[in-house]
Design a protein. Sequence first.
Length: 156
Amino acid sequence: MKKILYFILAAGTLLLAACGASNDEQSQHNQEQRKHEVDKNLSNDSVRQVDNMVTPDLTSGLDQVLASIDELKTAVENTPSETEKIHAAGKAVEESWDQIEKQVEEVNLKEYSNIENSLYPLFDEVTKDKPDVVKLKQLIDESIPKLKNFKETLGN
């Protein structure tokens, strides 16, 4: 009789422990899911709030793009025959733009499209074997004011 009682007690304890562990795993999974959703919502909210508040990353990113374009402009004006320098400077502009492109698009789609109308032809031209220096100068001169104007709108 004692053996059966111990057996039932042990089986009941194991059953309760197993049910409790299952609930713990489920609640832990639910907590992780809620935390992920909160993190996702926070990141989405911070993107949406960019209209009201300028993020330092975007402002410094725009400064980096402008600095890269200035370097490209210098390379085009001072050494137009050295395509390697022009390619390297153009690649730097493209890389710096890629870092902030998504933010610019989310902040102001109209300005983003306006800027892209100058930058993408610039990127295409700068990657050619023999870039057209006149066209590059024109595209650079179009891009700089667009980027500066966009940066100014962020400050308001």
